[in-house]
Design a protein around this ligand. Structure first.
Ligand SMILES: Cc1cc2nc3c(=O)[nH]c(=O)nc-3n(C[C@H](O)[C@H](O)[C@H](O)COP(=O)(O)OP(=O)(O)OC[C@H]3O[C@@H](n4cnc5c(N)ncnc54)[C@H](O)[C@@H]3O)c2cc1C
Length: 507
């Protein structure tokens, strides 16, 4: 069908893209046509991050700031105030304060409402949005058309395909399958049905997912001991009360000028720009993050201090968040060796400082640590072994702990070869996509077209976590929304452009 396209994966990125696409159709800069929206989960729009789950899973961005649409900051907050009937019954205790942090499941309700509105708007613009509840497992080029195939046997010809697949899990290894080991904690509401209240639990990871897991277990009535195992030993910092800042030096132009002068940058060049930016906003706070902080040796003391300092603005955090608008340019300015070094030496540190947690979660974790129910263990360890008594044994340098359950709450694998996706595996195998050395798959940074041996000949595009190696930080809504908008803007609609040209000739 003319100008038909398919989207694989309906989460926040798809919603942002559709919003922009329909704006462009309304403005006459993109053609109308059917959109086939494929989603393998039962529920559309929520994706992995905002699925129905316990209200203790909260957003890490304030209610007043979070929005999938770059041109509409505060859209979620405005929606909450305008549509209380859509959420009040399910979230009776929630207060929609701009400074607060909403449950992620509530953000999912908002995204579902956005999708409903997009479907109606699409129909009024001649863009029928067809929801297809199916997993896409291959895309073949047949007679010049991108033909999408689903696991359930549907085959659909379209002009273009957009991969908005979000964070994907790791392929399961049947040889290592063990019912006592959970590959993901989500949805955390199910943990309480799987894990008995007295069991000894190891939570692998110390970032947001691990924190969600511990809070869900303990608030759900878990009484047994829990240990959080952090290989790097870092724990997330706490979000301060700062507003957003306008950057002066650590900017896209600043980086571009430095590259023009010296060629590809080193990590120290970016640290230099950061330092200059910090000094410009708050000369007194320079020592707060520089020199590089080591992992905390006293976790309780660290969290206590974090809670205390987060009662005030933390300018260095505002600077880090302000790079959301162009973070990929900072990444792409580094030479290959600097990128590799960053990933191996500084990534854990960066994530602990870049992805902060709200004070309310920090207070909960501190309370559990103080009560002795939760312990924090820093350092590497080998794969879990089974003891003769049927327990799981986790062994590190100079220590060993026995558990009844182990939960991996470590985020998502970057290596495209290990991701659990039949579609991705088939695209890589056929040379349509290629894995990026820094994670995910290769895409053109301007058009988002996927690049493989034969990828350039195809009309397949990707935004989101699949592009992590190209764009570096793709696990924030704001960043994926921005890329989705850019991707919609970059789309060339051959026939549409020709039609406009002919119209102009006629005029
Ligand atoms: C647990 C968690 C918490 C997060 N919290 C925050 C937060 O607080 N703030 C923030 O800014 N960011 C957060 N993020 C980052 C989040 O990933 C982004 O904000 C954003 O939601 C990503 O949207 P997406 O549409 O790219 O991916 P998703 O929302 O995951 O949507 C992708 C969809 O694609 C579907 N899919 C994949 N492959 C196929 C296939 N072959 N066929 C059909 N369907 C397919 C999946 O089922 C999924 O529903 C969080 C992420 C996670 C995982």
């Amino acid at each position: 069908m003319k100008n038909a396209f398919a989207i694989v994966g309906c989460g926040a990125t798809a919603i942002a893209f559709l919003q922009r696409h329909l704006d462009r159709v309304a403005a006459g800069s993109a053609p109308a046509g059917p959109v086939y929206l494929f989603e393998k989960r039962q529920e559309f729009a929520r994706g992995a991050a905002y699925e129905a789950d316990l209200p203790s899973n909260i957003l890490n961005t304030k209610t007043g700031f979070i929005s999938p649409y770059p041109h509409l900051p505060g859209h979620f907050h405005a929606w909450l105030e305008a549509h209380p009937a859509a959420w009040r019954a399910a979230f009776p205790d929630f207060q929609p304060l701009a400074e607060g942090f909403a449950p992620r499941a509530l953000f999912g309700v908002y995204l579902q409402d956005q999708l409903r509105k997009l479907v109606l708007r699409g129909a009024s613009l001649g863009c029928q949005i067809v929801l297809m509840n199916a997993e896409v497992c291959a895309i073949d080029l047949i007679d010049g058309m991108e033909t999408v195939r689903t696991r359930c046997g549907v085959s659909l010809s379209t002009q273009k395909v957009f991969l908005f697949c979000g964070p994907l899990g790791k392929k399961p290894d049947p040889a290592r399958h063990d019912e006592r080991v959970l590959p993901t904690p989500y949805p955390v509401s199910r943990l309480l049905q799987t894990i008995a209240a007295h069991e000894r639990v190891a939570v692998v990871g110390a970032r947001l997912s691990a924190i969600d897991t511990v809070i869900a277990l303990i608030e759900g009535g878990h009484r047994g001991p829990i240990r959080m195992h952090s290989r790097s030993g870092y724990f997330p910092v706490v979000r301060g009360t700062q507003e957003r800042v306008e950057l002066k030096y650590l900017t896209r132009e600043g980086v571009r000028a430095l590259v023009a002068q010296n060629g590809p940058l080193q990590i120290s060049d970016l640290v230099g720009l950061f330092r200059k930016e910090l000094a410009a906003h708050d000369p007194g706070s320079t020592s707060a993050v520089i020199p590089l902080p080591a992992p905390p040796s006293d976790i309780q003391g660290f969290i206590e201090n974090e809670i205390s300092v987060s009662q005030a603005p933390r300018i260095w955090q505002a600077i880090l968040y302000a790079t959301n608008g162009f973070v990929e340019h900072l990444w792409q300015a580094l030479d290959d060796a600097a990128q590799a070094r960053f990933m191996s030496e500084y990534f854990s540190f960066f994530m602990a400082y870049r992805v902060s947690i709200p004070t309310q979660n920090a207070r909960k974790i501190l309370g559990y640590l103080r009560s002795g129910q939760l312990e924090f263990v820093a350092g590497g360890f080998a794969a879990p072994e089974s003891t003769e008594r049927g327990e799981l044994l986790l062994r590190g340098a100079g220590w060993a702990h026995e558990y009844d359950r182990l939960i991996y709450a470590t985020g998502f694998a970057r290596d495209a070869h290990v991701l659990d996706s039949t579609l991705l595996a088939s695209l890589i195998k056929n040379g349509v996509a290629s894995s990026h050395p820094m994670g995910g798959i290769c895409v053109d940074p301007d058009t988002y077209r996927i690049q493989g041996r034969v990828g350039a000949a195809r009309q397949i595009y990707a935004v989101g976590e699949l592009t992590v190696g190209q764009f570096f930080f793709t696990s924030a809504l704001e960043i994926n929304g921005r890329h989705a908008f850019r991707c919609a803007d970059a789309m060339q609609w051959g026939e549409h452009a020709q039609r406009l040209e002919r119209l102009e000739e006629h005029v």
